[in-house]
Design a protein around this ligand. Structure first.
Ligand code: PLP
Length: 435
């Protein structure tokens, strides 16, 4: 008789090696409520990662649970071949919020598929397969999305038929322009872009960029960089796609969308979204100007995109988020959390920078006394925080040397303080271990 194997062993036996798991002893989460989750042993954790920014408002939000179960009790799926009331309602809401004039919305089931669709639209509209993307970016895992992903840790092939040119600017504090002030940094990146376009054969279709890089380690350029880029792009007829998969829905506190920090040039031509809108239900999508969205002259469909159960969740979640001003809460509580973390980290050699906006906060770790990224310290902090009852994420260009903090937007002040204290203790442990 063979011994019963634990879930981790069974996972390893049937799932890909590259489907990475956090923690030496990976966690099985069984339920959640508000900003907390519980593991299979009944242990409670404060959740500062929200299922990779998918739990936007709160775990087990009653309105979402009710909307999903009511819709599931009526009909699970009908297909976009029939009129789908929850889909039309959610499209109306998102089009209105997008800032894009005469906007059209197409729903997918993931952020990857949303970006794939944006690439399909941009390359068709412009009749070019050349794309500008940012260094250190992440846009998903399909063949085309990895082809425009600048972060080598997440880009397993370079065989994509898209021609991608990588642009400077997504990361403010590392790289050749890090010593410049914000205005000089912006001018240097714009000059670089102009130089690149001057040397490029044929028309480029689009620039795709995350306003704050997510997987890349919650790192942002100076406000206004994309407005400055936009002026150059417009001279060439190049489209601007803002990948709002992590930055949408008020996550950054000051703005509903990340692009609005660069708002001088107006909205992008397209934006893509996913993650938080369904509060955990799989919704992605593209918003585009009508002339771009309608440029396809063959049919195109996503069988499960716009599925009424997910759309019902999206509507309930978005209404809750707006009615409770969770963007404002992200700004206030996020500001407090950032300050508390900054003062807790002062004097720790292992911390290079604490940065962020709203409830999207990154803590960049290095080998003390150097500028070298320390994924080892990040892993140690993740483990120690877990022991203390706090879940966080990691990211960055160097296999995860940046701690990523992105709780549900309903985080309370008391929870922010509790989480900051647990994290501070974990960081001190790492500082002691690596100093
Ligand atoms: N774009 C960004 C900015 C992301 O962070 C992600 C996922 O982390 C994606 C696209 C891909 O989304 P998904 O994992 O839903 O396919």
């Amino acid at each position: 008789m063979t011994e019963p194997r634990d879930l981790h062993e069974r996972h390893r036996a049937v799932l890909p090696d590259w489907l990475s798991l956090y923690y030496e002893r990976p966690l099985e989460l069984t339920h959640g409520e508000g900003r907390h989750v519980w593991d299979a042993d009944g242990r409670r954790y404060l959740d500062f990662f929200g299922g990779i920014l998918t739990t936007m408002t709160a775990h087990a939000l009653p309105e979402v649970t009710k909307a999903v179960s009511e819709q599931a009790g009526r009909i699970l799926h009908t297909s976009t071949l029939y009129l789908d009331r929850p889909m039309v309602e959610l499209a109306e809401r998102i089009a209105g919020l997008s800032g894009i004039p005469d906007a059209r919305v197409f729903f997918t089931t993931s952020g990857t598929e949303a970006n794939d669709t944006a690439l399909l639209l941009a390359t068709t509209y412009r009749q070019s397969n050349q794309i500008l993307a940012m260094r250190n970016s992440y846009h998903g895992r399909s063949f085309s999305a990895v082809g425009i992903t600048g972060n080598r840790a997440w880009s397993p092939t370079s065989l994509s038929p898209l021609q991608t040119l990588y642009v400077h600017g997504g990361v403010r504090t590392r790289g050749p322009y890090a010593h410049l002030d914000d205005a000089e940094f912006t001018a240097a990146c714009v000059a670089d872009l102009e130089d690149m376009l001057g040397q490029t054969r044929g028309g480029v279709a689009a620039l795709i960029a995350e306003p704050v890089q997510g997987v890349g380690g919650f790192t942002a350029p100076p406000d206004g960089l994309y407005a400055a880029f936009r002026e150059v792009l417009q001279q060439h007829g190049i489209l601007w796609i803002s990948d709002e998969v992590q930055t949408g829905w008020g996550r950054t506190g000051d703005h509903f969308w990340g692009w609005q920090a660069h708002g001088a040039a107006g909205p992008p031509d397209m934006l893509t979204f996913a993650k938080g809108i369904g509060n955990g239900m799989s919704i992605g999508g593209v918003v585009a100007r009508a002339d771009i969205m309608n440029c396809l002259d063959a049919n195109s469909i996503s069988t499960f995109g716009g599925s009424p159960v997910t759309m019902a969740a999206g509507n309930a979640n978005l209404i809750h988020l707006l009615e409770h001003d969770l963007q404002g809460n992200a700004r206030r509580v996020g500001g407090l959390l950032l300050e508390r973390l900054r003062s807790a980290c002062a004097g720790l050699g292992v911390v290079r920078e604490v940065r962020g906006r709203g409830l999207m906060i990154g803590v960049e770790l290095v080998r003390p006394g150097t500028d070298e990224p320390s994924p080892e310290a990040a892993s140690l902090v993740l483990e120690a925080a877990r022991e203390g009852g706090l879940l966080i994420g990691k990211g960055g260009s160097h296999l995860g040397s940046v701690l990523r903090i992105a709780p549900p937007l309903s985080l309370t002040v008391a929870e922010a303080e509790e989480g900051a204290d647990i994290l501070a203790r974990a960081l001190r442990t790492a500082d002691g271990a690596f100093n």
